[in-house]
Design a protein around this ligand. Structure first.
Ligand SMILES: Nc1ncnc2c1ncn2[C@@H]1O[C@H](COP(=O)(O)OP(=O)(O)O)[C@@H](O)[C@H]1O
Ligand SMILES: [Mg+2]
Length: 360
């Protein structure tokens, strides 16, 4: 987060890059390691561009150390000289990613970033600045950044680096026509944050988001599900469940078979020793067995009938027998929810991270 303006260092190379972008407006992707000052530079740049009369879309693609929306989402804020960036900006639009770290979530992260860049342009942004996660080293990082750059096709890449840490990524796109790469230095004033401080930051953002939340009941019949691909197959009747129950040594609450895959919910302990019998009974080659108690706390993305993001939720109670679920959410009007995306992390209502969701 930004310090008071008297402590803020603004390097001449940054101002030069800002002016180059003003001369050739378009999409700008900001790359840099964790704690390289990306978010702070993003604020400096949006101030310069809005002061020059431009409408700026700021897309926050950092799903961990989020600066606009809550973590696990990509967020967009539209700014102009009439609407400068407040200290804690209100997001105009959010896209649900469902995790605070990119591995395993490239598709929603890249699609979400691309979708919000397009929204920003459609809403009149002349310059769209994309802040990114600090994942820059190694093959996984190269893959993420390369695909992101392919999807966004930016006019500018702002590479904030201490030494040459971004060169392996920059090499992937260097020489691409219509792309200008600006290599700019990191401010020595950047403060590095510990792993614990980053976690505390995410928890505080979630806590703030859910501060005014209440519990709402949702019925399956009104919903579509994604990420946990529920309600896509043939639901088993009571007698078939009883057969599964013999193998599992507990009566399952619900089971369905979709193609080669089965999905079974139980409550409490069950026997994994006879999973092959469960596969045989369902006539599938793969089965996902979930204890519903372990689903509590799963981060949910609540969407309307058009697939537009409405709000985050925290799964409180999941009842496959009654085909209902109860979620904690700040959403004012839960009747608008038509689609529920299951995230990959679990939280308690105070924002504390409880680990991965059981079905990953
Ligand atoms: N230009 C700057 N001048 C003074 N302090 C800075 C500057 N850039 C970053 N910082 C400090 O470093 C910390 C991390 O910067 P941040 O922009 O959040 O990095 P990143 O987004 O790359 O993780 C901030 O909390 C801020 O206090
Ligand atoms: Mg940041």
């Amino acid at each position: 987060m930004i310090g008071s303006s008297s402590e803020l260092e603004i390097l001449p190379e940054w101002v030069h890059a800002a002016e180059r972008v003003l001369g050739q407006p378009g999409v700008v992707v900001l790359l840099g390691a964790s704690d390289s000052g990306k978010t702070t530079l993003g604020r400096i740049l949006t101030d310069i561009w809005t002061a020059a009369g431009r409408t700026v879309g700021l897309v926050d693609g950092d799903i961990g150390q989020s600066s606009i929306g809550p973590p696990a989402t990509v967020a967009l804020a539209i700014l102009s000289s009439h609407h400068p960036l407040p200290p804690s900006p209100c997001p105009h639009v959010l896209y649900f990613v469902g995790s605070t770290s990119p591995p395993g979530h490239f598709l929603p992260l890249i699609l979400g970033t691309q979708s919000l860049v397009q929204t920003a342009i459609a809403q009149g942004a002349e310059i769209v600045l994309v802040d990114t996660t600090g994942l820059i080293r190694g093959a996984v990082a190269a893959s993420l950044k390369w695909h992101k750059l392919q999807a966004l096709r930016p006019q500018h890449v702002l590479a904030l680096q201490r030494e040459a840490e971004l060169e392996p990524i920059l090499r992937l796109v260097e020489g691409q026509s219509d792309l200008e790469i600006h290599r700019v230095p990191v401010s020595p004033k950047v403060v590095r944050r510990s792993h614990a401080a980053r976690r505390a930051f995410r928890e505080a953002r979630f806590r703030e988001y859910f501060a005014s939340a209440s519990r709402d009941d949702l019925e399956w019949k009104d919903l579509r599900f994604s990420r946990l691909w529920l309600n896509t197959g043939r639901r088993l009747g009571r007698e078939e469940l009883a057969v599964l129950g013999v193998s599992l040594q507990t009566m399952p609450l619900y089971a369905e078979a979709a193609g080669e895959e089965g999905l079974v919910f139980v409550r409490g302990a069950f026997s994994r020793a006879t999973l092959y019998q469960v596969r045989n009974a369902l006539q599938v080659s793969d089965v996902l067995l979930i204890d519903v108690e372990q689903l509590r706390g799963t981060l949910l993305g609540l969407h309307d009938g058009e697939g537009a993001f409405l709000a985050l939720g925290i799964l409180h109670n999941f009842d496959p027998e009654q085909e209902t679920l109860r979620a904690l959410t700040p959403l004012q009007d839960p009747a608008r929810v038509r689609s529920v995306a299951f995230g990959s992390i679990r939280l308690d209502p105070s924002g504390r991270e409880l680990g991965e969701a059981p079905w990953r």
